[in-house]
Design a protein around this ligand. Structure first.
Ligand code: FAD
Length: 632
């Protein structure tokens, strides 16, 4: 029997982005011995890329803002498919989490009177995003890391060992979760550098692995986003919900090809940028959906006035939720009114001075100057939709972040439910902090209540090791496959057939192709050995991407309506009946099953926060009947 490096912890947090770090801080503060594991270098998680800000109803710029308004905006943005309890906790707790970051050392931009500054973003009624220029994610990660270091210094004082209670395992990939008697018992993985295997014994695991964007061809996501946490959860027996909802951010770079998909932050529109087609028309006025007509300006004069007088004018339609803007851009390009490289024009130079643009949007200025040779202070950018975020993820209990599997928790982008069918910009960074903390707390409570620690099965450990080295063994003798080629094919299938606009026939074709890819993936072969072998890393990631892509395609085929990040050409309407249904995905024998499950009904006092007229747009007549009765 092969011997492996072994460690024992109370909780293993997989992922060192915002969610993982916040969970680890909480777990350590509650007295758990905590390991944080990440594929990338410590500090390099995807969260670093976040630009625009953290949404929290602090009311610093407009005192009318409060948690109830944030809750309403979040539910509207998600087209009422959000788990209401998650949206409630998020809206209530986000301000506290932002202020807490300041106590950890974060330096946010300020208002003239010294408060944390807040900026406008799509779908948020008031300026709500706390920010640090357009590099907010960097500051968030820097601050959380600093807090971790300070906790390690405390531990050193007491024990003489910095890593006694909180240790980071960087450049380390988890490939399997280990269970015993139906509950979590640990995790198995390898050092990316040496390829050496490691076993963690731990009664609790927090998944904080982020998203799935690398399954799509054009994406803003970093290399880490291969859906590992989603797949680990599935294989451990947890369920995923809302997987049909994938957010295509409306503004990614479209040119040159080497940078296609890189994000252009929504702050450009929040700070006054306008979208125009090749005819120079501000086309978003043509795409305001019925449900938002009373909230968005239908003419340029009113939209322009809103920047200086937001209380007496409606918002510009460029600030509609992302799904609406992405679909509108897609339609303009399809209608032949796109920019030379297949996008539309986004112009901030006509609204702000060059100096102001460089001050408010420094990364965007440099990004375009260096990558596309475009000076955004003088000319428009070319932009188009890019796969950005997955609303779907591990089904969790809103309060404790625990999945269906005892001991398995999830927070951040890998968790599902909070954002419903579409996430509002800025609501991810706040989600990471609110539910990262709750996952750490949930894990601590779980471990404290355990009678005995689960013990690992040696057989399971050896099986995980055998599975991990399969790509070196040459498949079953059929044609050998290359992981890079298969990954390229997968990305093309997802982009072309399960992308921004979907059709039943195309998704059926996608599922046939995914089956074929899954079969071929069994014959993936990698050269060389386990040290520094990116081909091997990808071969292991591919297993996860294929499983998660199947969830997306199957759930998307089953949902015969259009809502948020799921647009069907063959079912263009939003249907009130579908709002009451979730489509959990589970795995059996390596195949995905999608079932139907009722969406938990919203608590009455929260329902009362909405006008009856608005609810009529989303709810079934029977649901409204009981609401009307309560209103008296
Ligand atoms: P991440 O920060 O992605 O961290 C995932 C971690 O998991 C990483 O450490 C990774 O190494 C690790 N990991 C993954 N798989 C494994 C494995 N198998 N084994 C070990 N470790 C693993 N949201 C906002 O709210 N506001 C914004 O302004 C904003 N701007 C954005 C800009 C860009 C360009 C992008 C791409 C996204 C933006 N978002 C924004 C979204 C937001 O950044 C992400 O949703 C969020 O950072 C996800 O954080 P997370 O903690 O869930 O995961």
């Amino acid at each position: 029997m092969t011997e492996f490096e072994r460690h024992a912890y109370d909780v293993v947090v997989i992922g060192a982005g915002g969610a993982g770090l916040r969970a680890a801080i909480e777990a350590r503060q509650r007295g758990l011995r905590t390991a944080v594991v990440c594929k990338s270098l410590f500090g390099k998680a995807h969260t670093v890329m976040a630009e625009g800000g953290i949404a929290a109803a602090m009311g610093n710029v407009n005192a009318r803002d409060n948690w109830q308004v944030h809750f309403r905006d979040t539910m509207r943005g998600g087209k009422f498919l959000n788990h209401w309890r998650m949206a409630e906790l998020h809206a209530k707790e986000a301000p506290e989490r932002v202020w807490e970051l300041e106590t950890y050392g974060a330096l946010f931009d300020r208002t003239p009177d010294g408060k944390i500054s807040q900026r406008n973003f799509g779908g948020h009624e008031y300026p709500r995003l706390a920010h640090v220029g357009d590099r907010t994610g960097l500051e968030l990660i820097r601050t959380l890391q600093q807090k971790i270091v300070s906790l390690q210094q405390e531990d050193f004082k007491e024990t003489g060992d910095y890593e006694a209670n909180l240790k980071v395992f960087a450049e380390f990939t988890v490939t399997d979760l280990l269970k015993s008697d139906g509950r979590i018992a640990g995790a198995f993985g390898y050092w990316r550098e040496s390829g050496r295997f490691v076993v963690f014994e731990a009664p609790a695991v927090v998944l904080a692995t982020g998203g799935i964007g690398k399954s799509f061809k054009v994406t803003s996501n970093s290399w880490e986003y291969t859906g590992d946490g989603h797949a680990l959860a599935l294989r451990a027996g947890a369920s995923l919900i809302n997987m049909e909802f994938v957010q295509f951010h409306p503004t990614g770079m479209v040119w040159p090809p080497s940078v296609k998909g890189i994000l252009v932050t929504e702050s450009v529109r929040g700070d006054g940028g306008v979208l125009r087609n090749s005819e120079g028309r501000r086309f978003m006025f043509d795409y305001i959906p019925e449900v938002f007509k009373d909230k968005y300006a239908d003419n340029e004069a009113e939209a322009d006035r809103w920047y200086t007088d937001p209380d007496n004018n409606r918002r510009p339609p460029e600030l509609l939720p992302r799904d609406e803007v992405a679909r509108a851009i897609n339609a303009e390009v399809k209608a032949g009114r796109g920019s030379p490289h297949g996008g539309v024009f986004l112009d901030v130079s006509s609204r702000l001075s060059a100096e102001e643009i460089k001050r408010r949007l420094p990364s965007m200025y440099h990004q375009f100057k260096e990558l596309a040779d475009v000076d955004i202070t003088a000319e428009p950018m070319e932009v188009g939709p890019t796969c950005h975020y997955v609303m779907g993820g591990v089904e969790v209990d809103p309060d404790s972040a625990q999945s269906r599997v005892p001991g398995l928790f999830a927070a951040g982008e890998v968790a599902g439910g909070m954002h419903g069918s579409n996430r509002l910009g800025g609501n991810s960074l706040s989600d990471l902090l609110v539910f990262g903390r709750r996952a750490g707390l949930g894990a601590a409570d779980y471990v404290a209540a355990l009678g005995s620690r689960p013990s690992l099965s040696e057989e399971d450990v050896q099986a995980a090791a055998r599975l991990a080295v399969l790509p070196f063994e040459g498949g079953d003798g059929e044609t050998q496959e290359n992981p890079y080629a298969l990954h390229g094919e997968l990305q093309q299938v997802m982009n072309d057939l399960v992308g921004i606009i979907r059709k039943g026939e195309e998704m059926k074709l996608a599922l046939t192709k995914l089956d074929e890819l899954k079969r071929r993936a069994k014959n993936v072969v990698v050269e060389g050995h386990r040290q520094y072998n990116p081909g091997w890393h990808l071969a292991l990631d591919l297993r996860n991407m294929l499983l998660v892509s199947e969830c997306v395609a199957k759930a998307a085929l089953q949902r015969t309506e259009s809502r948020g990040g799921h647009t069907r050409d063959d079912y263009p309407q939003m249907e009130a009946d579908w709002r009451r249904k979730l489509l959990p995905c589970t795995v059996e024998d390596d195949g995905i099953t999608v079932t139907e499950q009722p969406q938990p009904a919203m608590r009455g006092d929260l329902l009362d926060l909405f006008e009856y007229d608005e609810l009529q747009k989303y709810f079934t007549p029977e649901e409204l009947e009981s609401h009307r009765a309560r209103l008296g």
